[in-house]
Design a protein around this ligand. Structure first.
Ligand SMILES: Cc1ncc(COP(=O)(O)O)c(C=O)c1O
Length: 444
């Protein structure tokens, strides 16, 4: 088992995070509970910023809010000097509400609605990343009408298949995202944007996937993008001032994973871009990256209370917890693997295997298959599933009408709720009863 960030095991064999015992957090705030390690989030932000600072003249690190967002998270990464990449009106207003200046927002999405674009234009977001020709036309019309000139980047598909689960590989030609270099569409999009006075083209963007553990894909992508910048300059005379290479760096979900560090990623990107720029005699562009998972993933731990335990002799032991695919859909969606520790027995040797399941009405609601646990695991124990900071809360659902858990930020022995636990009343809040259904029983 690997301990992340400020996780530790205290003298009584309890897991602590941010100097607080997991069992105390569970008692105080209830379970399931997402716990975020503030110190580790800050360290991860700084790892990117420090790596760029020593290697590149002008750069932006933008936190990809889709990994996890609430107003406190937006404020935290903003404090660390990061920009925010947002993909919806909801993420956009969350960042604004947290006090992030609009010019520090990068707005993505393959099908932004007119309502969202209107919000972005009114707020004056720093960059709108245009994903298609049709969006370029829509945005140009909307901008002209409002007499504003948004700064845009074009999302380019470099044709790279990152070594990752195919559901989350987006840089290849056959993708719903972006405008491909292949076939000349990318060049045509640049031409079109330059000829559109209503928008101000400030850069090019790409993103090749997520949970990428092999930096080779980044090297090929960075080279391809600079080659494209050179082709664009040759054909149009436009020198691209800003190159956004997206996010996607993987994290260590289990002890077997080997994840490169942000510094290793930045080294590959800066080395490649510098070499290709020199080869093409291009000035060094401002570099932008958009890490999400690698900022917040390892900083998250989900605490569950163990409930029913079902032993099928000779087959397996099922340990059911009080959450599941509603708060962590990744195992069901992507066969994602996790490790976990019994927080109140964290120092005991893990000598037998159990399968951890949730409580939604789906046989596929398996959080962890074959998790090593101590000899004893019992109802009421607190199970801490690690590395749940990214794409857990943000992908949570109300399936089976389970309220969403609270999110707590821990640091130096302090714990603060940053998202309240939902209640059953919250679940009923948007229900409406048509008059004809109020009358009572119709079948009598
Ligand atoms: C455009 C873009 N940028 C950044 C990210 C963040 O990716 P990750 O959380 O893997 O770093 C994503 C997520 O897929 C994305 O689509």
């Amino acid at each position: 088992m690997h301990l992340y960030g400020t996780q530790a095991i205290d003298a009584e064999g309890h897991l602590t995070i941010g100097g607080v015992r997991a069992v105390d957090l569970a008692r105080r705030f209830g379970t399931p509970l997402y716990v975020l390690d503030e110190e580790l989030i800050r360290q991860n932000c700084r790892a990117y910023v420090d790596a760029f600072r020593s290697a590149w003249p002008d750069f932006i690190v933008a936190y990809a809010a889709k990994a996890f967002l609430c107003t406190a998270m937006a404020a935290l990464v903003h404090q660390e000097g990061l920009y925010l990449d947002v993909v919806s009106g909801g993420e956009l207003i969350t960042a604004l509400r947290a006090g992030v200046p609009a010019e520090r927002l990068i707005f993505h999405g393959n099908n932004k609605t007119p309502e969202e674009l209107d919000l972005a234009l009114r707020a004056g977001v720093g960059r709108i990343v245009v994903d298609s020709f049709s969006e370029l036309d829509l945005l140009a019309d909307m901008a002209a009408e409002r007499e504003v000139r948004p700064r845009i980047a074009l999302r380019i598909t470099p044709g790279v298949e990152a070594h990752t689960h195919h559901y989350i590989a987006t840089g290849q030609l056959d993708s719903k995202f972006g405008i491909p270099i292949a076939g000349g569409a990318g060049l045509e999009a640049v031409r079109r944007a330059l000829e559109t006075p209503a928008v101000d083209l400030v850069g090019l963007h790409c993103h090749i996937g997520s949970q990428i553990l092999d930096l080779g894909g980044y090297e090929v992508t960075a080279a391809r993008m600079v080659d494209f910048m050179a082709a664009v300059q040759r054909e149009t005379g436009w020198t691209c001032p800003e190159l956004n290479l997206g996010g996607g760096l993987g994290v260590r979900y289990t002890a077997e994973d080997r994840a490169p560090t942000p510094a290793e990623l930045v080294a590959v990107l800066t080395r490649t871009v510098r070499a290709r720029c020199e080869a093409h005699e291009l000035p060094l562009p401002r570099l932008v990256v958009e890490p999400g998972r690698s900022i917040v993933g390892e900083a998250g731990t989900t605490l569950y209370t163990v409930g029913a335990i079902k032993e099928i002799p000779g087959v397996r032991t099922y340990v059911a917890v009080d959450g599941g695919m509603g708060d962590n859909p990744r195992p069901a969606l992507y066969q994602a693997r996790y490790d976990a520790v019994v927080a109140n027995r964290a120092a005991e040797p893990r000598i037998r295997l159990v399968t951890v399941v949730g409580r939604t009405c789906e046989s596929g609601d398996v959080l962890i298959r074959d998790l090593p646990v101590p000899e004893t695991i019992a109802r009421g124990d607190i199970l801490a599933v690690q590395v749940t900071g990214a794409y857990n809360y943000s992908m949570a659902s109300h399936y089976n009408r389970f309220p969403k858990p609270a999110v707590v930020l821990v640091r130096d022995g302090e714990a603060d709720v940053v998202v309240e636990r939902e209640t059953w009343e919250d679940l009923l809040r948007f229900d409406r009863m048509p008059e004809r259904l109020r009358a009572g029983v119709a079948w009598r």
